[in-house]
Design a protein around this ligand. Sequence first.
Ligand SMILES: Nc1ncnc2c1ncn2[C@@H]1O[C@H](COP(=O)(O)OP(=O)(O)OP(=O)(O)O)[C@@H](O)[C@H]1O
Ligand SMILES: [Mg+2]
Length: 231
Amino acid sequence: MNGARIELKGAAYRYDALVRVPDLSLAPGEAVACIGPSGCGKSTLLDLAAGIKVAHDGEVSYDGEPWRALAETDRRRRRLHEIGFVFQEFELLDHLTVKENVALPLMLQPERADAESEPIAALLDAAGVGAFATRRPRHLSHGERQRVAICRALAGTPRLVLADEPTGSLDPDTARRVLDLLLSFVRDRGATMLAVTHDHGLLDRFDRVISFDQVSGSGAPAGNETAGGTA
Ligand SMILES: Nc1ncnc2c1ncn2[C@@H]1O[C@H](COP(=O)(O)OP(=O)(O)OP(=O)(O)O)[C@@H](O)[C@H]1O
Ligand SMILES: [Mg+2]
């Protein structure tokens, strides 16, 4: 299955003020990092790319189709079937076990609800949290919860992975291992990935880096691209 193609052009989202995000074009199969100071709009950019937020200005498209052209139910269906999202605050459900949290995207798709549990167990093992499969997320450390959130994003074999500081709570060795897991997953499947990171030591693992250096407001977007490493 091919990765998704994502394009943002002149996109902005209005909270109290208008937050502009840089123009961006992600080709299928690309793994791109996004960096920038706190509050510049990185999480907003990921929400726009996923169709969680719909731009108030400019255009954001998924496989050439503007998100704004889809009804909310269609946007939700596409997210469920095709996009894995690692939220900055994880958004795990505490009334479910770790394993149930990770299986949830599959459970919500009737045609996949009978999926084998082995791939999920293997994913949890690969992320180093296999021993916690039957625990509730609140009984895990922050970094362990982060890894569970990553497993949940990958469980549905998405075409697009959007990851908001996916290694932000991890020590350097674990961060590298977890990023390897994410990158090998997307590269093996030709999926597309956009990851926000403050971890500059990991940037050379990505195909490209988007530097996002702007203050929120109505100013012009200031996206700035640099070449990533060879990965
Ligand atoms: N729900 C909201 N209501 C009002 N303003 C918001 C809301 N969410 C975000 N903002 C504002 O929009 C701007 C961009 O926020 P965003 O969360 O996208 O930044 P960020 O780059 O992800 O920051 P961080 O690195 O701290 O996570 C900030 O100025 C923030 O205060
Ligand atoms: Mg953020």
